[in-house]
Design a binder for this molecule. Structure first.
Ligand code: GTP
Ligand code: MG
Length: 461
Protein backbone atom coordinates (compact mmCIF):
# COMPACT_ATOMS: atom_id res chain seq x y z
CA UNK A 1 0.00 0.00 0.00
CA UNK A 2 1.61 3.28 -1.09
CA UNK A 3 0.32 6.50 0.49
CA UNK A 4 -0.10 9.30 -1.98
CA UNK A 5 1.08 12.14 0.25
CA UNK A 6 4.69 12.79 1.14
CA UNK A 7 5.14 13.49 4.83
CA UNK A 8 7.82 15.46 6.61
CA UNK A 9 8.89 15.99 10.22
CA UNK A 10 11.80 17.01 12.36
CA UNK A 11 12.97 13.65 13.68
CA UNK A 12 15.44 14.87 16.30
CA UNK A 13 14.48 16.56 19.58
CA UNK A 14 13.81 20.28 19.24
CA UNK A 15 16.60 22.32 20.81
CA UNK A 16 20.30 22.95 20.45
CA UNK A 17 22.31 19.95 19.33
CA UNK A 18 25.09 18.80 17.05
CA UNK A 19 22.77 17.89 14.21
CA UNK A 20 19.07 18.04 13.45
CA UNK A 21 17.32 15.70 11.02
CA UNK A 22 14.40 16.59 8.76
CA UNK A 23 12.89 13.39 7.37
CA UNK A 24 10.73 13.07 4.25
CA UNK A 25 8.83 9.92 3.26
CA UNK A 26 6.53 9.32 0.29
CA UNK A 27 6.40 9.46 -3.48
CA UNK A 28 7.59 13.09 -3.86
CA UNK A 29 10.53 12.89 -1.42
CA UNK A 30 13.14 12.81 -4.19
CA UNK A 31 11.34 15.49 -6.28
CA UNK A 32 11.25 17.81 -3.24
CA UNK A 33 14.95 17.09 -2.58
CA UNK A 34 15.70 17.96 -6.23
CA UNK A 35 14.01 21.34 -5.73
CA UNK A 36 15.68 22.42 -2.50
CA UNK A 37 19.06 20.65 -2.41
CA UNK A 38 22.12 21.89 -4.31
CA UNK A 39 24.62 19.05 -4.11
CA UNK A 40 28.29 19.94 -4.41
CA UNK A 41 28.65 17.09 -6.93
CA UNK A 42 25.99 18.63 -9.16
CA UNK A 43 24.00 15.35 -9.35
CA UNK A 44 20.28 15.66 -8.62
CA UNK A 45 19.01 13.33 -5.87
CA UNK A 46 16.51 11.73 -8.27
CA UNK A 47 19.42 10.68 -10.49
CA UNK A 48 21.54 9.26 -7.64
CA UNK A 49 21.61 5.63 -6.59
CA UNK A 50 19.71 4.55 -3.49
CA UNK A 51 21.40 4.43 -0.08
CA UNK A 52 23.92 7.15 -0.86
CA UNK A 53 24.94 10.21 1.11
CA UNK A 54 25.48 13.66 -0.43
CA UNK A 55 26.99 16.90 0.76
CA UNK A 56 25.59 20.27 -0.32
CA UNK A 57 23.35 23.21 0.57
CA UNK A 58 19.65 23.69 1.12
CA UNK A 59 18.46 26.62 -0.98
CA UNK A 60 15.04 28.22 -1.17
CA UNK A 61 14.20 27.88 -4.91
CA UNK A 62 12.03 31.02 -4.72
CA UNK A 63 14.58 33.41 -3.22
CA UNK A 64 17.86 31.48 -3.78
CA UNK A 65 18.60 32.05 -0.09
CA UNK A 66 20.95 29.40 1.35
CA UNK A 67 19.39 27.98 4.53
CA UNK A 68 22.07 25.55 5.70
CA UNK A 69 24.98 23.33 4.81
CA UNK A 70 23.76 19.73 4.97
CA UNK A 71 24.31 16.03 4.39
CA UNK A 72 21.46 14.29 2.61
CA UNK A 73 20.77 10.54 2.81
CA UNK A 74 18.73 8.97 0.02
CA UNK A 75 16.81 5.72 0.51
CA UNK A 76 14.57 4.49 -2.26
CA UNK A 77 11.51 2.28 -1.68
CA UNK A 78 11.21 -0.43 -0.53
CA UNK A 79 14.46 -0.51 1.44
CA UNK A 80 13.66 2.21 3.95
CA UNK A 81 12.04 2.65 7.38
CA UNK A 82 8.60 3.21 5.81
CA UNK A 83 9.15 1.11 2.67
CA UNK A 84 8.64 4.39 0.77
CA UNK A 85 11.14 6.79 -0.80
CA UNK A 86 12.86 8.44 2.17
CA UNK A 87 15.15 11.47 2.23
CA UNK A 88 16.87 12.49 5.44
CA UNK A 89 18.39 15.94 5.63
CA UNK A 90 21.08 16.24 8.33
CA UNK A 91 21.46 19.93 9.08
CA UNK A 92 22.97 21.92 11.91
CA UNK A 93 21.18 21.32 15.19
CA UNK A 94 19.27 24.23 16.65
CA UNK A 95 15.75 25.46 16.30
CA UNK A 96 16.08 27.79 13.30
CA UNK A 97 17.80 25.61 10.73
CA UNK A 98 15.57 22.56 11.08
CA UNK A 99 12.43 24.69 11.28
CA UNK A 100 13.28 26.65 8.12
CA UNK A 101 14.08 23.49 6.16
CA UNK A 102 10.85 21.90 7.40
CA UNK A 103 8.85 24.95 6.27
CA UNK A 104 10.55 24.88 2.89
CA UNK A 105 9.63 21.22 2.28
CA UNK A 106 6.03 22.03 3.21
CA UNK A 107 6.10 24.93 0.71
CA UNK A 108 7.24 22.38 -1.88
CA UNK A 109 4.23 20.14 -1.21
CA UNK A 110 5.12 17.91 1.77
CA UNK A 111 2.54 17.40 4.52
CA UNK A 112 3.51 17.72 8.18
CA UNK A 113 3.60 14.20 9.61
CA UNK A 114 1.30 13.22 12.45
CA UNK A 115 2.75 11.59 15.58
CA UNK A 116 4.07 8.13 14.72
CA UNK A 117 3.10 8.46 11.05
CA UNK A 118 6.44 7.12 9.75
CA UNK A 119 6.06 3.99 11.90
CA UNK A 120 2.38 3.74 10.97
CA UNK A 121 3.40 3.71 7.30
CA UNK A 122 6.02 1.04 8.04
CA UNK A 123 3.13 -1.02 9.43
CA UNK A 124 0.61 -0.20 6.68
CA UNK A 125 3.22 -0.95 4.03
CA UNK A 126 3.88 -4.33 5.63
CA UNK A 127 7.47 -3.89 6.79
CA UNK A 128 6.58 -4.62 10.40
CA UNK A 129 3.41 -5.84 12.11
CA UNK A 130 1.48 -3.87 14.69
CA UNK A 131 3.09 -5.45 17.77
CA UNK A 132 6.50 -4.56 16.29
CA UNK A 133 5.36 -1.01 15.53
CA UNK A 134 4.21 -0.61 19.14
CA UNK A 135 7.61 -1.90 20.27
CA UNK A 136 9.25 1.08 18.53
CA UNK A 137 7.65 3.33 21.14
CA UNK A 138 8.82 1.03 23.94
CA UNK A 139 12.37 1.14 22.56
CA UNK A 140 12.28 4.94 22.55
CA UNK A 141 10.87 5.08 26.08
CA UNK A 142 13.06 2.32 27.57
CA UNK A 143 14.32 3.32 30.97
CA UNK A 144 16.94 0.63 31.51
CA UNK A 145 18.95 -2.05 29.69
CA UNK A 146 16.34 -4.60 30.75
CA UNK A 147 13.42 -2.58 29.32
CA UNK A 148 15.36 -2.05 26.11
CA UNK A 149 16.09 -5.76 25.78
CA UNK A 150 12.39 -6.66 26.11
CA UNK A 151 11.34 -3.93 23.65
CA UNK A 152 14.04 -4.91 21.15
CA UNK A 153 12.95 -8.58 21.28
CA UNK A 154 9.40 -7.45 20.48
CA UNK A 155 10.63 -5.22 17.67
CA UNK A 156 12.55 -8.19 16.35
CA UNK A 157 9.26 -10.09 16.16
CA UNK A 158 9.65 -12.43 19.14
CA UNK A 159 6.11 -11.80 20.43
CA UNK A 160 4.65 -11.78 16.90
CA UNK A 161 6.18 -15.19 16.14
CA UNK A 162 4.60 -16.57 19.31
CA UNK A 163 1.21 -15.06 18.49
CA UNK A 164 1.36 -16.35 14.90
CA UNK A 165 2.24 -19.82 16.09
CA UNK A 166 -0.76 -19.99 18.44
CA UNK A 167 -3.02 -18.42 15.81
CA UNK A 168 -1.93 -21.00 13.20
CA UNK A 169 -2.70 -23.82 15.61
CA UNK A 170 -6.17 -22.47 16.25
CA UNK A 171 -6.67 -22.08 12.50
CA UNK A 172 -5.78 -25.79 12.11
CA UNK A 173 -8.27 -26.76 14.81
CA UNK A 174 -10.90 -24.63 13.08
CA UNK A 175 -10.40 -26.30 9.73
CA UNK A 176 -10.65 -29.75 11.29
CA UNK A 177 -13.89 -28.80 12.99
CA UNK A 178 -15.28 -27.00 9.96
CA UNK A 179 -14.65 -30.08 7.85
CA UNK A 180 -16.98 -31.86 10.21
CA UNK A 181 -19.62 -29.16 9.67
CA UNK A 182 -19.25 -29.39 5.90
CA UNK A 183 -19.51 -33.18 5.90
CA UNK A 184 -21.94 -33.86 8.72
CA UNK A 185 -22.43 -37.48 7.69
CA UNK A 186 -18.77 -38.16 8.57
CA UNK A 187 -18.54 -38.46 12.32
CA UNK A 188 -15.30 -37.23 13.86
CA UNK A 189 -13.34 -40.38 14.61
CA UNK A 190 -12.02 -41.05 18.11
CA UNK A 191 -8.38 -40.61 17.07
CA UNK A 192 -9.26 -37.27 15.46
CA UNK A 193 -11.12 -36.26 18.60
CA UNK A 194 -8.01 -36.92 20.66
CA UNK A 195 -5.83 -34.93 18.26
CA UNK A 196 -8.22 -31.96 18.31
CA UNK A 197 -8.56 -32.11 22.08
CA UNK A 198 -4.77 -32.11 22.49
CA UNK A 199 -4.41 -29.20 20.08
CA UNK A 200 -6.98 -27.19 22.07
CA UNK A 201 -5.09 -27.92 25.32
CA UNK A 202 -1.80 -26.92 23.74
CA UNK A 203 -3.17 -23.58 22.53
CA UNK A 204 -4.63 -22.91 25.98
CA UNK A 205 -1.31 -23.73 27.65
CA UNK A 206 0.59 -21.42 25.30
CA UNK A 207 -1.87 -18.58 25.89
CA UNK A 208 -1.55 -19.10 29.65
CA UNK A 209 2.21 -19.01 29.42
CA UNK A 210 2.29 -15.78 27.43
CA UNK A 211 -0.29 -14.07 29.66
CA UNK A 212 1.73 -15.07 32.74
CA UNK A 213 4.66 -12.94 31.49
CA UNK A 214 2.60 -9.75 31.76
CA UNK A 215 3.63 -8.96 35.35
CA UNK A 216 7.24 -9.16 34.27
CA UNK A 217 6.49 -7.04 31.21
CA UNK A 218 5.01 -4.40 33.50
CA UNK A 219 8.21 -4.39 35.58
CA UNK A 220 10.25 -3.58 32.50
CA UNK A 221 7.76 -1.09 31.14
CA UNK A 222 6.59 0.81 34.21
CA UNK A 223 9.29 0.02 36.76
CA UNK A 224 9.06 -1.39 40.28
CA UNK A 225 7.90 0.90 43.08
CA UNK A 226 10.49 0.40 45.83
CA UNK A 227 9.85 2.35 49.02
CA UNK A 228 12.57 2.93 51.63
CA UNK A 229 11.01 3.08 55.06
CA UNK A 230 12.10 3.04 58.66
CA UNK A 231 12.02 5.21 61.71
CA UNK A 232 13.55 8.71 61.74
CA UNK A 233 17.35 8.86 61.44
CA UNK A 234 17.78 5.25 60.24
CA UNK A 235 19.67 6.54 57.19
CA UNK A 236 16.90 6.32 54.57
CA UNK A 237 17.82 9.54 52.77
CA UNK A 238 21.52 8.60 52.93
CA UNK A 239 20.69 5.27 51.24
CA UNK A 240 18.51 7.02 48.66
CA UNK A 241 21.41 9.31 47.70
CA UNK A 242 23.84 6.41 47.57
CA UNK A 243 21.62 4.29 45.30
CA UNK A 244 20.91 7.33 43.11
CA UNK A 245 24.64 8.13 43.03
CA UNK A 246 23.92 11.81 43.66
CA UNK A 247 23.13 14.16 46.46
CA UNK A 248 19.38 14.36 45.84
CA UNK A 249 17.77 14.59 49.30
CA UNK A 250 18.75 16.29 52.55
CA UNK A 251 20.57 14.15 55.10
CA UNK A 252 21.03 15.32 58.67
CA UNK A 253 21.59 13.99 62.17
CA UNK A 254 18.30 15.59 63.25
CA UNK A 255 15.50 13.02 63.29
CA UNK A 256 12.53 14.04 61.17
CA UNK A 257 14.57 15.66 58.39
CA UNK A 258 12.61 14.24 55.47
CA UNK A 259 9.04 15.52 55.29
CA UNK A 260 7.86 14.88 51.76
CA UNK A 261 8.25 11.57 49.96
CA UNK A 262 10.72 11.89 47.07
CA UNK A 263 10.54 9.57 44.05
CA UNK A 264 13.37 9.04 41.54
CA UNK A 265 14.03 6.51 38.78
CA UNK A 266 17.09 4.27 38.97
CA UNK A 267 18.35 1.28 37.00
CA UNK A 268 19.29 -1.55 39.30
CA UNK A 269 20.83 -4.51 37.45
CA UNK A 270 18.80 -3.53 34.38
CA UNK A 271 15.51 -3.31 36.29
CA UNK A 272 13.81 0.11 36.23
CA UNK A 273 13.07 1.05 39.82
CA UNK A 274 11.03 3.96 41.07
CA UNK A 275 12.87 4.50 44.33
CA UNK A 276 11.09 6.47 47.05
CA UNK A 277 12.60 8.08 50.14
CA UNK A 278 10.00 8.63 52.84
CA UNK A 279 9.61 10.49 56.12
CA UNK A 280 10.59 8.36 59.13
CA UNK A 281 7.52 6.82 60.71
CA UNK A 282 7.08 7.64 64.40
CA UNK A 283 4.33 8.75 66.74
CA UNK A 284 4.59 12.55 66.75
CA UNK A 285 2.54 15.67 67.45
CA UNK A 286 4.36 17.86 64.93
CA UNK A 287 1.72 18.53 62.24
CA UNK A 288 4.28 18.76 59.43
CA UNK A 289 5.95 15.51 60.39
CA UNK A 290 2.53 13.87 60.70
CA UNK A 291 1.62 14.92 57.17
CA UNK A 292 4.91 13.45 55.97
CA UNK A 293 4.14 10.18 57.74
CA UNK A 294 0.68 10.02 56.11
CA UNK A 295 2.47 10.27 52.76
CA UNK A 296 4.96 7.58 53.77
CA UNK A 297 2.10 5.22 54.60
CA UNK A 298 0.34 5.99 51.34
CA UNK A 299 3.48 5.06 49.42
CA UNK A 300 3.97 1.96 51.54
CA UNK A 301 0.47 0.77 50.69
CA UNK A 302 1.29 1.00 46.98
CA UNK A 303 4.84 -0.35 47.19
CA UNK A 304 5.80 -3.38 45.10
CA UNK A 305 8.75 -3.86 47.39
CA UNK A 306 9.71 -2.31 50.73
CA UNK A 307 13.29 -1.61 51.75
CA UNK A 308 12.97 -1.70 55.52
CA UNK A 309 15.83 0.13 57.16
CA UNK A 310 16.76 -0.52 60.80
CA UNK A 311 19.41 1.44 62.69
CA UNK A 312 21.78 -1.10 64.29
CA UNK A 313 23.38 1.53 66.55
CA UNK A 314 20.23 2.05 68.63
CA UNK A 315 17.88 -0.22 70.53
CA UNK A 316 14.80 -1.53 68.84
CA UNK A 317 11.71 0.47 69.70
CA UNK A 318 7.97 0.22 69.39
CA UNK A 319 8.22 2.41 66.28
CA UNK A 320 10.26 -0.29 64.49
CA UNK A 321 7.71 -2.94 65.40
CA UNK A 322 4.85 -0.74 64.13
CA UNK A 323 6.62 -0.21 60.82
CA UNK A 324 7.26 -3.91 60.38
CA UNK A 325 3.56 -4.50 61.00
CA UNK A 326 2.63 -2.01 58.26
CA UNK A 327 4.89 -3.92 55.83
CA UNK A 328 3.07 -7.21 56.37
CA UNK A 329 2.09 -8.92 53.13
CA UNK A 330 4.64 -6.95 51.11
CA UNK A 331 7.86 -8.12 49.55
CA UNK A 332 10.36 -6.83 52.13
CA UNK A 333 14.12 -6.43 52.00
CA UNK A 334 15.19 -6.02 55.63
CA UNK A 335 18.34 -3.96 56.06
CA UNK A 336 20.47 -3.25 59.10
CA UNK A 337 22.25 0.08 58.64
CA UNK A 338 25.09 1.83 60.48
CA UNK A 339 26.99 -1.42 61.10
CA UNK A 340 30.18 0.70 61.32
CA UNK A 341 28.96 1.85 64.77
CA UNK A 342 28.85 -0.30 67.94
CA UNK A 343 25.79 -2.52 67.77
CA UNK A 344 22.91 -1.95 70.19
CA UNK A 345 20.02 -3.55 68.33
CA UNK A 346 19.15 -7.03 69.52
CA UNK A 347 19.24 -9.18 66.37
CA UNK A 348 17.18 -11.89 68.08
CA UNK A 349 14.27 -9.51 68.58
CA UNK A 350 14.49 -8.58 64.90
CA UNK A 351 14.27 -12.25 63.94
CA UNK A 352 11.26 -12.61 66.23
CA UNK A 353 9.23 -10.12 64.26
CA UNK A 354 10.72 -10.85 60.85
CA UNK A 355 10.94 -14.64 60.93
CA UNK A 356 12.75 -16.26 58.03
CA UNK A 357 13.74 -12.93 56.59
CA UNK A 358 17.24 -12.30 55.31
CA UNK A 359 18.88 -9.36 57.06
CA UNK A 360 21.36 -7.44 54.94
CA UNK A 361 23.95 -5.69 57.08
CA UNK A 362 25.19 -2.49 55.50
CA UNK A 363 26.86 0.78 56.27
CA UNK A 364 25.86 3.63 54.01
CA UNK A 365 28.56 5.77 55.59
CA UNK A 366 31.34 3.25 54.77
CA UNK A 367 29.67 2.06 51.50
CA UNK A 368 29.71 -1.48 52.92
CA UNK A 369 27.69 -4.34 51.35
CA UNK A 370 25.80 -2.01 48.99
CA UNK A 371 26.27 -4.42 46.09
CA UNK A 372 24.94 -7.22 48.24
CA UNK A 373 21.88 -5.08 48.98
CA UNK A 374 21.35 -4.36 45.29
CA UNK A 375 21.54 -8.07 44.51
CA UNK A 376 19.05 -8.86 47.26
CA UNK A 377 16.61 -6.23 45.94
CA UNK A 378 16.87 -7.75 42.44
CA UNK A 379 16.45 -11.28 43.84
CA UNK A 380 13.33 -10.30 45.78
CA UNK A 381 11.85 -8.64 42.69
CA UNK A 382 12.52 -11.73 40.61
CA UNK A 383 11.29 -14.15 43.27
CA UNK A 384 8.45 -16.04 41.62
CA UNK A 385 7.86 -17.18 38.11
CA UNK A 386 9.96 -14.72 36.12
CA UNK A 387 12.11 -15.28 33.06
CA UNK A 388 14.19 -12.12 33.70
CA UNK A 389 13.73 -10.84 30.19
CA UNK A 390 14.12 -14.12 28.28
CA UNK A 391 11.70 -15.15 25.51
CA UNK A 392 8.53 -13.38 24.44
CA UNK A 393 7.25 -11.07 27.15
CA UNK A 394 3.93 -9.31 27.20
CA UNK A 395 4.31 -5.67 28.19
CA UNK A 396 1.34 -3.97 26.60
CA UNK A 397 -2.16 -3.71 28.10
CA UNK A 398 -3.80 -3.88 24.66
CA UNK A 399 -2.05 -7.16 23.90
CA UNK A 400 -2.92 -8.56 27.33
CA UNK A 401 -6.61 -7.77 26.89
CA UNK A 402 -6.69 -9.48 23.49
CA UNK A 403 -4.87 -12.57 24.77
CA UNK A 404 -7.27 -12.79 27.74
CA UNK A 405 -10.13 -12.69 25.24
CA UNK A 406 -8.53 -15.44 23.11
CA UNK A 407 -7.95 -17.56 26.21
CA UNK A 408 -11.53 -17.26 27.38
CA UNK A 409 -12.73 -18.23 23.87
CA UNK A 410 -10.45 -21.27 23.87
CA UNK A 411 -11.66 -22.34 27.32
CA UNK A 412 -15.22 -22.21 25.96
CA UNK A 413 -14.10 -24.25 22.96
CA UNK A 414 -12.60 -26.87 25.28
CA UNK A 415 -15.80 -27.11 27.31
CA UNK A 416 -18.09 -27.25 24.24
CA UNK A 417 -15.89 -29.87 22.59
CA UNK A 418 -15.97 -32.05 25.69
CA UNK A 419 -19.74 -31.72 25.93
CA UNK A 420 -20.12 -32.60 22.26
CA UNK A 421 -21.95 -29.38 21.51
CA UNK A 422 -22.70 -28.61 17.85
CA UNK A 423 -19.62 -27.74 15.78
CA UNK A 424 -21.17 -24.37 14.87
CA UNK A 425 -20.93 -23.30 18.54
CA UNK A 426 -17.24 -24.21 18.65
CA UNK A 427 -16.63 -22.45 15.40
CA UNK A 428 -17.85 -19.08 16.71
CA UNK A 429 -15.43 -19.12 19.67
CA UNK A 430 -12.56 -20.33 17.51
CA UNK A 431 -13.08 -17.50 15.05
CA UNK A 432 -13.23 -14.93 17.86
CA UNK A 433 -9.96 -16.26 19.28
CA UNK A 434 -8.32 -16.03 15.85
CA UNK A 435 -9.58 -12.46 15.43
CA UNK A 436 -8.30 -11.42 18.87
CA UNK A 437 -4.82 -12.83 18.17
CA UNK A 438 -4.84 -11.22 14.73
CA UNK A 439 -5.57 -7.82 16.29
CA UNK A 440 -2.37 -8.05 18.39
CA UNK A 441 -0.30 -8.11 15.22
CA UNK A 442 -2.67 -5.74 13.39
CA UNK A 443 -4.67 -8.08 11.17
CA UNK A 444 -8.00 -6.41 10.19
CA UNK A 445 -7.55 -3.65 12.73
CA UNK A 446 -9.86 -0.66 12.49
CA UNK A 447 -8.62 2.84 11.67
CA UNK A 448 -9.73 4.37 14.95
CA UNK A 449 -7.77 1.82 16.99
CA UNK A 450 -4.73 2.45 14.80
CA UNK A 451 -5.10 6.20 15.33
CA UNK A 452 -5.30 5.69 19.06
CA UNK A 453 -2.13 3.57 19.07
CA UNK A 454 -0.03 5.93 16.98
CA UNK A 455 -1.13 9.20 18.57
CA UNK A 456 1.01 8.24 21.60
CA UNK A 457 4.15 8.34 19.43
CA UNK A 458 6.36 11.36 18.99
CA UNK A 459 6.29 13.41 15.82
CA UNK A 460 9.00 12.33 13.41
CA UNK A 461 9.02 8.64 14.40
N1 GTP B 1 27.72 6.08 61.23
C1 GTP B 1 26.81 6.06 60.28
N2 GTP B 1 25.98 7.09 60.12
C2 GTP B 1 25.04 7.04 59.16
C3 GTP B 1 24.94 5.93 58.28
N3 GTP B 1 23.92 6.18 57.42
C4 GTP B 1 23.41 7.37 57.71
N4 GTP B 1 24.09 7.92 58.78
C5 GTP B 1 23.85 9.21 59.44
O1 GTP B 1 22.61 9.14 60.10
C6 GTP B 1 21.97 10.42 60.12
C7 GTP B 1 20.58 10.34 59.59
O2 GTP B 1 20.62 10.03 58.19
P1 GTP B 1 19.42 10.32 57.23
O3 GTP B 1 19.79 9.68 55.93
O4 GTP B 1 19.07 11.76 57.19
O5 GTP B 1 18.27 9.50 57.94
P2 GTP B 1 16.73 9.35 57.54
O6 GTP B 1 16.36 7.96 57.83
O7 GTP B 1 16.49 9.86 56.18
O8 GTP B 1 16.03 10.27 58.62
P3 GTP B 1 14.63 11.06 58.54
O9 GTP B 1 14.57 11.80 57.26
O10 GTP B 1 14.70 11.96 59.71
O11 GTP B 1 13.56 10.07 58.68
C8 GTP B 1 22.88 11.33 59.32
O12 GTP B 1 23.70 12.05 60.21
C9 GTP B 1 23.72 10.37 58.48
O13 GTP B 1 24.98 10.89 58.13
C10 GTP B 1 25.85 4.84 58.45
O14 GTP B 1 25.87 3.85 57.75
N5 GTP B 1 26.76 4.97 59.48
MG1 MG C 1 15.39 11.37 55.47
Amino acid sequence: MIMDRTIVAISTPIGEGGIGIVRLSGPSSFAIADEIFSPSSGNKPSECPTHTIHYGRIKDPGTSEVLDEVIVTLMRAPKSYTKEDVVEINCHGGIQSVKKILDLTVKCGAKMAEPGEFTKRAFLNGRIDLAQAEAVLDVIRSKTDGSLKVAMAQLDGELSRNINEIRDQILDITSEIEAAIDFPEEEIKDTERTTISEAIDKAIAQLHKLISTYDEGQIFREGVLAVICGRPNAGKSSLMNLLLKRDRVIVSAIPGTTRDAVEEMISLRGIPIRLVDTAGIIDTKDPLEREGIIRSKRYLARADIVILLLDSSVYMEEADRDIIKICEGKKVVAVLNKTDLPRKIDIKSVWDILPGSKLIEISVEKRKNIEMLEKEIADVIWSGDFTQGQGAILNNARHKELLDKALSNMLSVKKAFKEDQPEETLSIDLKEAITALGLVIGKSISDDILDRIFERFCIGK
